[in-house]
Write a protein that binds this ligand. Structure first.
Ligand SMILES: [Zn+2]
Length: 243
């Protein structure tokens, strides 16, 4: 029997499973979880330098799988989503063309999701529409804050910013200065999103979690310990639809 142990390497986590019968090393990325299978004899250092050389491939697999997660089901009744920790009521309707509209009705934020009457499979289309709304909210906010923090940190802008749905990470950064952020962050308070932004921007200088890296984070986000605690406590329960 092999028992997996969660490891942290550079910028990603993986489960290491060693076996006496194995002759070769293999990586499996499934549902965004990285598992590494290795023979008992392979030294951890050797294994990790090989894994680091595969980082781009691993991230590409995780990104690909994040698209598949987006098909989660939403109950189509009157319910609410959290946008920057504020509740927004969802109202589903039909109109001449598919579009969303954010309005304020009696002190309440209401997101009107309208589908064209010609749409056949309505539920997945309402989901797509809701996601495009959430994506836009988060993207606008992150782009604005990335610009502001890059100025403060005297850092050149990242080469790209993408948003995906991830199970186990809030953001990522690689050697090509490409940043990604988890769409679920749209439900968190903006101060928490700011922390994730500073964290990823600090990786532009240090592609690791060294003391120097945390020093840079704390310089531009002094409350980072509180933010990481918040994400640990509430991160797992971040979801858009609240009853
Ligand atoms: Zn990090």
């Amino acid at each position: 029997m092999t028992v997996g142990q969660l490891q942290e390497l550079g910028l990603f986590e993986y489960t290491l499973k060693r076996s006496r019968r194995r002759k070769t090393v293999a990586i499996k990325v499934q549902q965004q979880n990285v598992t590494v299978y290795a023979p008992v004899g392979v030294a951890k250092k050797e294994l990790e330098s090989w894994l680091l050389s595969k980082t781009d491939w691993i991230n590409a697999q995780i990104n690909k799988q994040s698209q598949m997660l987006d098909t989660r089901q939403y109950p189509l009744q009157d319910n609410r989503v959290l946008v920057f920790s504020q509740p927004v009521k969802l109202v589903y309707g039909v109109s001449s063309r598919s579009a969303w509209q954010l309005v304020k009705k009696q002190q309440e934020n209401v997101l009107q999701l309208n589908l064209s009457g010609r749409v056949k499979h309505q539920q997945p289309m309402y989901q797509t529409l809701l996601e495009s709304f959430l994506h836009e909210q988060l993207e606008n906010y992150i782009e604005m804050r990335v610009h502001a923090y890059c100025l403060k940190m005297a850092e050149a802008l990242p080469s790209s910013i993408r948003i995906h749905t991830y199970k186990r990470r809030w953001g990522s950064c690689n050697r090509r200065r490409e940043l990604t952020f988890n769409l679920l962050l749209v439900s968190a308070p903006q101060t928490i999103i700011d922390y994730v932004i500073v964290h990823e921007l600090a990786h532009l200088k240090y592609l690791n979690h060294s003391a120097a890296f945390w020093q840079r984070v704390s310089e531009f986000y002094p409350d980072y310990k509180q933010a990481t605690k918040w994400l640990k406590q509430h991160g797992a329960s971040l979801q858009w639809v609240v009853e």
